[in-house]
Design a protein around this ligand. Structure first.
Ligand SMILES: [Zn+2]
Length: 265
């Protein structure tokens, strides 16, 4: 780009190198040139362009550094240290005429910042993988176990305290342990019900229902919408029970099925 600065015979031309870097050269400066005047003319015509390197993770800008070498070294070391070759870390060469926008970061600080974001992304990815690995029941994705604990009675087992075979799975845990609903849905039952004690039933759609029995406390009401993982009750020993445990049932179109076909397997 060649810009000409007219200055009433005092200055002939000012050559500016192509963007982004400018270098000023006075060519054939006339003897009577007033330097201040020249400088102000140049300032008027000069647009400073700043160059920096932006590091982005999954298309989100994280940090800016001065040189491509710094950017590459950062990206490579982050990938190596996290053992994640396919991290979507990209380097973009950027130009701006806004000085503030061109403020770059100290490399060490940039690394800390990028690492924090990378850790976040890796954790989200692992979380998603866990969810993806969860089973579905008749098209309803289960997102979590209701509780963790020890299985004390399996589906179909016979017991002296029951008339028929076991319609659910018993998981022992201390009284008060929060019980999570395994998938989103609507509460269809939440009250005391004979041998089940305090019973919560949640309808997940597609004819799938889950039941949570013998609870010490129920935190939901009939008609309430729940999200997967919401705490709906607490472990107890109400109804026909010999100690604190969750009796967990999965029902498809009203028929109980073996929960261990899906969870705790
Ligand atoms: Zn049971």
């Amino acid at each position: 780009m060649k810009q000409e600065v007219e200055s009433e015979e005092k200055v002939d031309t000012v050559d500016l190198k192509e963007t982004p870097e400018y270098e000023l050269k006075f060519v054939d400066r006339a003897l009577e040139t007033n330097e201040e005047e020249v400088a102000s003319k140049i300032e008027e015509n000069l647009v400073i362009t700043y160059k920096y390197y932006e590091i982005a993770l999954n298309d989100e800008e994280i940090e800016k550094v001065d040189t491509v070498e710094e950017a590459e070294e950062l990206v490579n070391s982050i990938k190596e240290e996290n053992n994640e070759e396919d991290l979507d870390l990209t380097i973009l060469e950027k130009y701006t005429q806004n000085q503030e926008e061109a403020n770059t970061q100290d490399v060490e600080l940039a690394k800390t910042e990028i690492q924090a974001k990378v850790t976040e992304v890796i954790e989200q990815k692992e979380e998603q993988e866990k969810i993806d690995a969860m089973p579905d029941v008749n098209g309803i994705k289960l997102a979590t176990l209701p509780i963790s604990g020890t299985i004390t009675s399996r589906y179909g087992a016979s017991s002296s305290i029951r008339k028929s075979t076991h319609t659910g799975l018993d998981i022992a845990a201390t009284k008060g342990t929060p019980i999570k609903v395994v998938a989103g849905g609507t509460v269809t039952f939440a009250s005391y019900n004979g041998s089940y004690g305090n019973l919560v039933k949640v309808d997940h759609g597609n004819g799938v229902e889950t039941w949570y029995a013998h609870t010490s406390k129920m935190y939901v009401k009939v008609g309430q919408e729940v999200k997967a993982g919401d705490v709906i009750a607490a472990v107890g020993s109400t109804g026909n029970s010999t100690g604190p445990h969750l009796h967990f049932e999965i029902r498809i179109n009203g028929e109980h099925v073996n929960p261990q076909l899906y969870l705790y397997n």
